[in-house]
Design a protein around this ligand. Structure first.
Ligand code: S3P
Length: 169
């Protein structure tokens, strides 16, 4: 059995839905952002401060490779994991990819305090819109399943993902 990777923009609910889904599927839950912080030994905002986005992306790439080697799990990925070609190939190779879709407006409402998200510093609404529109095709391109999360609870989303994953293999 392979992994289930959850991708999508910040605030899409990847970690919350991922935990529920992992419990339902009786698989471990892994969080790529947490793994990066463990690898580097710093919280994400500090990695961006000290190493810049490029340093963060390098750590993200290494952490993804390590998590993909673990036994089958549900893995919540950071919103930017799809930017790297090799990461996208790794996701496609190592499991099923689920894209949790959210609008920029809803994402910001869910996130609330953006201080833990360095890419949303400054004009968060403008940054969210620009980033999401530049990534939308990458999320769709890598996904086996796309689920719209707007106005739905994490349990409803997890239930839909579970049913649709069952139809894949
Ligand atoms: C990022 C999303 C964040 C985190 C980092 C960069 C992005 O993860 O990896 O701040 O580029 O969209 P979440 O999607 O879990 O918030």
């Amino acid at each position: 059995m392979s992994h289930v990777f959850l991708v999508g923009f910040m605030g899409a609910g990847k970690s919350t839905v991922g935990r529920l889904l992992a419990a339902e599927l009786k698989l471990p839950f892994l969080d790529l952002d947490a793994e990066i912080e463990k690898h580097v030994g710093m919280p994400i905002p500090r990695i961006f401060e000290e190493r810049g986005e490029a340093g963060f992306r390098a750590a993200e790439h290494d952490a993804l490779r390590d998590l993909a080697r673990q036994p089958a799990s549900v893995i919540a990925c950071g919103g930017g994991v799809v930017l790297d070609n090799e990461n996208r190939a790794e996701l496609e190779r190592q499991g099923h990819v689920v894209y949790l879709r959210v609008s920029a407006e809803e994402a910001l409402a869910r996130i609330g305090d953006v201080s833990g998200r360095p890419l949303l510093a400054g004009d968060a609404a403008a940054s969210a819109r620009t980033l999401l529109s530049s990534r939308e095709s990458l999320y769709r391109g890598v996904a086996d399943i796309t689920v719209d999360t707007t106005g739905r609870t994490p349990s409803e989303i997890a239930a839909e993902v579970r049913v649709r994953l069952g139809g894949l293999s």
